[in-house]
Design a protein around this ligand. Sequence first.
Ligand code: SF4
Length: 328
Amino acid sequence: MSRIFSGIQPSGELHIGNYLGAVQNWVRLQEGRDSTFFCVVDLHALTGNYEVADLRRRRHEMAVSLLAAGLDPERCTLFFQSAVPQHAELAWIFNTVTPLGELERQTQYKDKASRQESVITGLLTYPVLQAADILLYHAVRVPVGEDQVQHLELSREIARRWNARFASDMPYFPEPQPLLTPVRRLMGLDGQAKMSKSLGNTIGLLESREQIWDKLRPAMTDPARQRKTDPGTPEICNIYSMHRAFSAESTVETVAVNCRTAGWGCIECKKVLADSMEGVLLPIRRRAMEIGAQPSYVTDVLEEGATRARTTAQETMRQVYERMGLTD
Ligand code: SF4
């Protein structure tokens, strides 16, 4: 069985960038509760600044978003990372075989550390915890974006080093491979930077049609289209990218023609986009409302997922301890 594992930070309600860039793909990949593990990585979230009450809310909102977006507890195991203590346990074990230099070379660490006066150790060892997340379940397929490929290489290196030291006859940990998410990277509504909550340029997955329209109406388009009669270049417009993600192929073609020939104004184009988005997002909003109407549903699903994940994780740690001389 080639198991899948992937994690997402508890950043609150998903925005459409997260949905198109990762979660929509997860929904397609669900193969069964024993073969597909998805995790809200709340231990990783502790490496950033946060308010305690806020983290509690963001964890819950992320779980609701994932279930509303289509993760099905009958076809995958969904859980909070902190509910399975073996993640942190295996991370410590891996700390003992991971060279410091490898961690210091990680691009994400260098980027983040360069912007901080005092760097916490958790930021440096973040990829070790990631390796533990994946290898705890012997996952070999890891859906990731390009930005996580270097961390995954390190997970393979850690698996190799541990195997070489403690399982040289027959490798115990597999070497996980990236399952690159088909790139659907959306720019934010400002058209300047990647869609990101911290930049305030997002559309929430569960926002109402009215809220979405209030954001789409003033959103950045091709600056060449000053007047309705000015022709534009759809490929440089973020609204066109959103059409490609949400509209039918025939609509995308109509948008391109009407943009180039100035057949439509941008507001008209955005109204068509709002309709397409409603077609995709309305069922997700409805599911979120159904979930919200059953107060214990999310807790029950996540607890059940954690119980299943712990069963696998406990067996991994038993084998690891045995091979490392930590049992009698
Ligand atoms: Fe963008 Fe549509 Fe305006 Fe073209 S018509 S610039 S694709 S919003």
